[in-house]
Design a protein around this ligand. Structure first.
Ligand SMILES: *Cc1c(COP(=O)(O)O)cnc(C)c1O
Length: 367
């Protein structure tokens, strides 16, 4: 591939922190980078608490477990999502209810939520897809009206802002991913954040194999918990990336703006939306081609591959997967996913490379 789809930005700072962690971060210092990463992360997002994890999936699973769902309790989420958003729902014995997305943000459509609420509904998971924010005000209104928890899957939205508040800081809890494809990375890794002391303490107890805060006996677990921890070496990488967060997010935004400007003369497609009073951190610049072009995932992807450009298809509706029941009523999700593609957007991508990607996008949209 001449042009990759994602790749982390690793500088001397990351290398020096990881070198330090691997050479000296043991014994008494074995949690230093972990503690620093958690407190700096909480400060950046604007929450009271943060717990680092081995993945975002693990953070979400522990958070859901802390909310104590019963068998068949229902959790609402958008049909367009990565599998990681729904897998923990199933593992905590709740039942996912898939709602359609909005045409412009590709996030859950708040106007289609209420008709899916039953007396078993307990929570809504709001995924800020590709950095685009869900309408938090509307979701909060619904959650208050029906007594539901609001969970923010912010894996793709670090640096996105809704009316002055960071994605992940507004719900009952938020989760983040530091997988190698995400805006900041620790290789694999995640973070759980909340302002709720009770939820924080429950997740902390879970995350420590059920050894509870204040327990004085060594090796004493009072329940079955999890081992979804981040290592000090990964946290060192995270600390360096977090120091560079403004630079990394700004670059994502400027890459998106270059795509937007170059493609502005093409009226047969649309790109990620940025709604009023929000800042989209544009994790993935994405093109949705107009319907009349009769494109599909295979056609779009093979054109990119032919030109040695690595691109990724838009997520499938989760209800298309064999584990779930098809839900074609989610018509926006079923329509858009097949004519959309994520474009390359890594930090060191050049203007010339962006131009080349745009020329392929334009070729695809010639009628
Ligand atoms: C990447 C991603 C996850 C999972 O992150 P991991 O760290 O790989 O577990 C969850 N939700 C969304 C929306 C994601 O994009």
């Amino acid at each position: 591939m001449d042009i990759l789809y994602t790749k982390p930005s690793i500088t001397d700072l990351e290398i020096s922190y990881v070198n330090d962690a691997v050479s000296t971060g043991w014994g008494k210092k074995c949690y230093n980078y972990i503690n620093k990463f958690e407190s700096e992360f909480a400060k950046y997002i604007g929450t009271k608490y943060a717990i680092s994890t081995s993945s975002c999936t693990g953070a979400l699973e522990m958070g859901l477990r802390a909310l104590d769902f019963e068998n068949n309790d229902e959790i609402i989420l958008a049909d367009i999502n990565w599998i990681a958003t729904v897998a923990p729902v199933i593992r905590t014995n709740a039942r996912p209810v898939f709602v359609d997305i909005k045409e412009n943000t590709w996030c859950i459509d708040p106007n289609k939520i209420e008709s899916s609420i039953t007396n078993k509904t307990k929570a809504i998971i709001a995924t800020h897809l590709y950095g685009s924010l869900v309408n938090i005000d509307k979701l909060m209104y619904i959650c208050e009206k029906y007594g539901l928890y609001l969970i923010e899957d912010s894996a793709e939205a670090i640096g996105s802002i809704y009316k002055g508040k960071k994605a992940g800081s507004m719900g009952d809890f938020g989760v983040f991913s530091f997988h190698g494809t995400k805006t900041i990375t620790t290789g694999e890794g995640g973070m759980f954040v909340t302002n709720n002391k009770e939820i924080y303490e429950r997740v902390l107890n879970f995350s420590n194999h059920g050894r509870c805060i204040g327990e004085s006996k060594q090796f004493w677990s009072s329940m079955i918990g999890y081992k979804y921890k981040m290592s000090n070496m990964q946290a060192a990488l995270g600390c360096a990336q977090l120091e560079r967060i403004d630079e990394l997010v700004t670059r994502k935004i400027s890459i998106f703006n270059m795509y937007k400007e170059i493609l502005s003369s093409n009226s047969l497609l649309h790109l990620n939306a940025e709604l009023e009073s929000t800042r989209n951190s544009y994790w993935m610049p994405t093109v949705v081609f107009n319907k009349e072009l009769n494109l599909n995932k295979d056609k779009i992807l093979s054109k990119f591959v032919e030109n040695n450009i690595d691109a990724r298809v838009f997520f499938y509706p989760l209800t298309m997967l064999p584990m779930f029941n098809e839900k074609r009523e989610n018509e926006v999700a079923y329509d858009i996913h097949n004519r959309a593609i994520n474009l390359p957007s890594y930090h060191d991508l050049t203007y010339e490379q962006i131009c080349k990607v745009c020329s392929i996008v334009n070729e695809l949209s010639e009628k």
